[in-house]
Design a protein around this ligand. Structure first.
Ligand SMILES: *Cc1c(COP(=O)(O)O)cnc(C)c1O
Length: 363
């Protein structure tokens, strides 16, 4: 059996440190905004090269609070990718704004900068690129568009912890970044967790107020906020794993490069690295006309595979009325032909060869 991601091998390697840290946290009983949360926030900010990192309850909340803190509101349009997890667009709607979906680059699956520029209207306030599957979006081009049109740049970094674009970490390029620590993410905790990054002190202060019931001083509430704090026990786990994130990402790259080497010549379109940044392979996603055959053969051999994402956001029921008639051909083609293979840092060469062997015999 080869799963999409094996969380157990990673836990066993860090078991002593994590177990000890959790027990200490239990003894201390500072469960809400305790010392591990603030330590993790400082360590993550230093790693990512930002002034402030604020731990929140999930990646979805990180996106929501980032947009809210930046003042995105009803009537505003936010340009984003339709080829992503629903949370990217949910967050835009939570603040009352309208997501505007534009097509993607066929090679990287990331939002197409030319399509962004074409979609700008007088109501456009922000651009929300997703660093999909761990590859940074084309940030040089996107930053230039945002600067030219005075738009806020917010990064969805849920799949890109430790990925860099032109030497800058994702999450440190836009005005704000939003990370997810959902267990299967390339930096994951053992429950839900998220992080907002920014180098603007005022915005950071606003995120802190929003995550804690709109309160800076206890029982004094300046705005309507939320209950969205990173958990102390999750922070223990994240601190242990953050020390190894570069090694984890290198492990993912090793697996991905072996897949691509072994799949060469099969007709499968293997992931493209645009060379503008470092791809950390949160997912290894390929394109094929034989998706059903391949997935069936893998399932038969006890090997997991998945489709990220089968239905683009503009085709989801929840957006069907708003986007009826909208066609985004590159996205729709990718959704029809993409599939992802198992990938995790500790995956062995033998496991990769086994997956590829099954694919080759299916073809
Ligand atoms: C996982 C994910 C999110 C949401 O993160 P949660 O922690 O599950 O709320 C948002 N955007 C993208 C691109 C994701 O992959």
């Amino acid at each position: 059996m080869i799963p999409m991601v094996d969380l157990k091998v990673q836990y066993l390697k860090l078991k002593d440190e994590i177990d000890r840290g959790i027990l200490e946290a239990l003894e201390k009983t500072q469960f809400i905004l305790g010392p591990n949360v603030s330590a993790f926030e400082e360590e993550a900010a230093a790693y990512l090269g930002v002034k402030h990192a604020i731990g929140v309850a999930s990646g979805t909340d990180a996106l929501h609070l980032a947009l809210a803190a930046a003042g995105i509101k009803e009537g505003d349009e936010v340009i984003t990718s339709p080829f992503t997890f629903i949370a990217t667009a949910e967050a835009i709607r939570y603040v009352g704004a309208t997501p505007v979906f534009v097509d993607i680059d066929p090679r990287t699956y990331n939002i197409d900068p030319a399509a962004i520029e074409a979609a700008i209207t007088p109501r456009t306030r922000a651009v929300l690129p997703v660093h999909l599957f761990g590859q940074p979006a084309d940030m040089g081009a996107i930053e230039a568009i945002c600067a030219k049109h005075g738009l806020l740049l917010v990064e969805d970094c849920a799949q890109s912890f430790g990925a860099a674009a032109a030497g800058r970490m994702t999450g440190s390029i836009g005005a704000l970044g939003a990370f997810s620590f959902f267990p299967s993410k390339n930096l994951g905790c053992y429950g839900d967790g998220g992080l907002v990054t920014t180098s603007c002190s005022e915005t950071a202060e606003m995120v802190k107020v929003l995550r804690n019931h709109g309160s800076k001083v206890r029982y004094h509430h300046s705005v309507i906020g939320y209950n969205s704090r990173l958990d102390e026990i999750q922070a223990v786990i994240l601190r242990a794993k953050l020390k190894h994130i570069d090694e984890y990402n290198q492990g993912r790259r090793r697996v991905a490069h072996l897949y691509s080497e072994l799949l060469a010549g099969t007709g499968i379109v293997t992931p493209f690295e645009d060379g503008k940044g470092v791809h950390v392979y949160h997912q290894y996603t390929l394109l094929t006309d034989r998706r059903d055959d391949i997935m069936k053969a893998l399932t038969g051999a006890g090997i997991a595979s998945a489709i990220y994402y089968p239905i683009p956001l503009h085709k989801q029921d929840v957006f069907a009325v708003q986007f009826a008639g909208l066609t985004l051909p590159v996205t729709e083609d990718a959704a029809a032909r993409c599939m992802s293979l198992p990938i995790f840092p500790e995956m062995t060469e033998e496991q990769v060869r086994e997956v590829v062997g099954v694919i080759k015999s299916a073809l």
